[in-house]
Design a protein around this ligand. Structure first.
Ligand code: SF4
Length: 74
């Protein structure tokens, strides 16, 4: 089973459209497999889709952690 957000994730739909090789890698590694570790998915689960920066890459866990930390403080 893949990520529940593949139909609504702006990154999945828009950003990766212009990067076919990267998109293929990310989709196989994250969206269709280990989506629980995706930086975008982790923010979505705790807050919602609106809190996710458009250009946050799924593998950018450090930035994702900083964003989560900030959101938890607000
Ligand atoms: S990029 Fe992350 S949140 Fe978006 S569809 Fe893929 S796994 Fe889900």
């Amino acid at each position: 089973m893949g990520c529940e957000r593949t139909n609504s994730c702006q990154f999945f739909i828009d950003i990766m459209a212009g990067m076919p090789k990267t998109a293929d890698y990310i989709k196989k590694k994250y969206c269709l497999a280990c989506f629980e570790v995706c930086a975008r998915y982790r923010i979505y689960k705790e807050f919602n889709g609106e809190a996710i920066p458009v250009r946050l890459f799924p593998f950018d866990s450090e930035r994702g952690a900083r964003i989560l930390k900030r959101l938890r403080r607000e």
